[in-house]
Ligand binder design. Structure first.
Ligand SMILES: Cc1cc2nc3c(=O)[nH]c(=O)nc-3n(C[C@H](O)[C@H](O)[C@H](O)COP(=O)(O)O)c2cc1C
Length: 209
């Protein structure tokens, strides 16, 4: 007797697979236990080497094809994106048996409404990271959080944070390609969609997994 596991409705449905891919990405904003809450974000450094790091997913717009992250304006990824906007996001959701690979372009929004709202919408504790005196990645002689000593282990007050707003930036990613890999014993499924600028829509097709 074969052990048949029920396949989801989207298994053989391209449009439903596309919707499911976005559902799984969006879950990362609402559900901190979702794997999409901590996707891998890839950029290209000055040598052309891909650089990957985990970032917290803060917002998603399926309509605008955008994902928002928060970062330190002095970080290496900021400089990398200012040189080269190409970026990728990777999510693996083991429970959903799905890998989602988004490719597109990203930019750093350090000023403006998006960054201001992202800053004021973050908890004081989260914003404490941006109080580091030297840029993230700066070599130091002794192990340290990089934060001023007076704020170590404490939650900053709103007025104490004001000076540090300049260290904060939103990282805005816009997808122009989405790749889906669904794992199933009965047969894996792979599909890719690309954003067609002229037609103003996503165009997709199945791929050999
Ligand atoms: C669970 C987790 C969540 C993280 N979230 C963020 C984040 O939201 N923003 C961020 O800039 N770095 C975040 N980091 C740190 C980055 O992975 C990375 O180490 C740091 O941003 C420096 O990257 P860069 O030198 O490429 O700029 C997170 C790391 C972990 C392990």
């Amino acid at each position: 007797m074969t052990n048949q596991v029920a396949l989801p409705a989207y298994h053989n449905d391209l449009d439903a697979s596309f919707a499911e891919a976005w559902n799984l990405v969006e879950a990362g904003v609402k559900d901190r236990n979702s794997p999409a809450h901590t996707p891998t974000v890839g950029t290209i450094d000055a040598d052309g080497t891909p650089q990957l790091r985990i970032m917290i997913l803060r917002a998603v717009s399926r309509d605008l094809r955008t994902l928002r992250f928060h970062t330190d304006a002095r970080s290496d990824k900021t400089a990398q994106l200012q040189q080269e906007a190409a970026a990728s996001i990777l999510v693996y959701n083991p429970a959903a048996k799905a890998q989602i690979r988004l490719s597109g372009r990203a930019h750093i929004a350090a000023q403006g409404d998006v960054a201001d709202m992202a800053w004021s919408g973050s908890t004081p504790f989260a914003r404490r990271c941006y109080m580091a005196e030297a840029a993230p990645g700066t070599p130091i002689a002794q192990p340290s959080s990089g934060l001023p000593e007076w704020i170590e282990g404490k939650q900053p007050e709103e007025e104490q944070l004001a000076d540090y707003r300049r260290n904060f930036a939103a990282l805005m990613f816009q997808a122009d390609s989405i790749e889906w890999l669904y794992l199933a014993n009965a047969g894996h499924r792979r599909a890719r969609w690309h954003w067609d600028q002229a037609q103003n829509q996503w165009l997709g097709s199945w791929l050999v997994p």
